[in-house]
Design a protein around this ligand. Structure first.
Ligand SMILES: Cc1ncc(COP(=O)(O)O)c(C=O)c1O
Length: 356
């Protein structure tokens, strides 16, 4: 099998980013490895971080079970909590922590004895309005569900606008959250990557590190490099064809791009079925022979076309970087009208992951 399209994952970058983001105040740092570690491979990332990682988080129980099967022994937080009563049993057996956000979940857990009940954190809705109990409901829950007093409960919440540190809503959310936590004397877990970097007051006992761990910028308008973060994924493919295209000829579906001059066009073996975004317009940069070249024409399912006119020596099988250390994924996401999270987590299963 010869197509060389690959996502190359750098374990050193993951470790560097984890150390860079881990709060100096002693707060625990939870590595968020949901969605197959944002496309990087959950087991690979868990092993790369190894013993120095305090805890992992995934969205659902199904993502946590394979970690145990792979020998990962760390605490694992399930961000959506249980989806049914059986998830509670699995969590107890596998020592997962359930982040509980509704009464259905509390009722399933109430049916278990103290010794058979997994650890529970409570999710508070401070304004995201996605998951969680209302702040003024929390004290009542501790009365209704007495067993909560016997767990090492942590209060968790999630910022809606952490990527915009100046947004007043961050202060508003944290104030609501902290008031409940202080009244009940409970530890907190609120900060994601962006808040960990920009709102130290929210670091609390635990922070949850996702995008920054993978070396993309968590904060709008600030590059990953400025935060000392290093790209953990390089997406690369090779030139599979070269064509001379005369001025006035078009390239690709819909004849969207017409050569403004006699051009050399390289066809590269990656397309939207591999997770390269179909929305990338002509002009989106790639790196070939150490230089930037623009995408031209529409992205196809298995191929893209780039204009390599004037780049010395381009040849079949040349490596092309779609994003990575030399071309920030944040920049490509900007061209595609989306965010780095979507690009890295959507690299498809057709693309083998290799380690650097
Ligand atoms: C509940 C929750 N916590 C933490 C994170 C990690 O956030 P980030 O990737 O911005 O660091 C996410 C990411 O989606 C999340 O949904």
């Amino acid at each position: 099998m010869s197509r060389s399209t690959r996502a190359i994952i750098d374990p050193d970058a993951l470790r560097t980013n984890y150390r860079q983001l881990k709060p100096a105040n002693g707060a625990g740092a939870i590595a968020v490895i949901k969605a197959d570690a944002y496309g990087h491979g959950a087991v690979f990332v868990a092993r790369a971080l190894g013993a120095e990682c305090d805890c992992f988080a995934v969205a659902i129980c199904e993502e946590a079970v394979p970690l145990r099967a792979a020998g990962i022994v760390h605490p694992v937080l399930i961000l959506e909590g249980p989806h049914d009563a059986e998830d509670c049993n699995i969590a107890a057996r596998e020592n997962f922590i359930l982040m509980v956000h509704n009464r259905y979940q509390l009722n399933w857990l109430s049916k278990l004895s103290d010794t058979k009940r997994p650890r529970v954190w409570l999710k508070v809705d401070t304004g995201m309005h996605r998951l969680g109990f209302a702040p003024d409901e929390i004290a009542t829950l501790f009365e209704e569900y007495q067993w909560l007093k016997r767990t090492e409960c942590v209060l968790a919440s999630h910022f809606a606008c952490a990527d915009e540190p100046q947004d007043d809503f961050n202060t508003h959310q944290f104030a609501r959250f902290n008031e409940v936590a202080e009244t009940l004397g409970l530890p907190i877990c609120m900060a994601n990557s962006a808040a960990t970097l920009t709102q130290p007051m929210s670091q609390g006992m635990w922070c949850r590190l996702g995008i920054g761990l993978y070396g993309a910028s968590p904060v709008n308008g600030v590059s990953a490099e400025e935060y000392g973060l290093v790209a953990a994924m390089q997406l690369k493919a090779q030139v599979i064809a070269l064509h001379n295209v005369a001025r006035g000829e078009s390239v690709g579906y819909g004849r969207d791009w017409v050569a403004p001059r006699d051009s050399v066009i390289a066809t590269v073996g990656i397309g939207y079925a591999d997770g390269y975004p179909r929305h990338c317009p002509s002009g989106t940069p790639v790196i070939i022979r150490g230089q930037r070249a623009p995408l031209v024409g529409r992205v196809s399912m298995d191929m893209i076309t780039i204009d390599v006119t004037g780049i010395e020596g381009v040849a079949l099988q040349d490596d092309v970087e779609l994003w990575g250390a030399r071309l920030p994924v944040d920049e490509v996401a900007g061209w595609a009208g989306t965010i780095s999270y979507e690009l890295i987590s959507r690299v498809s299963s057709r693309v083998p992951r290799d380690s650097r």
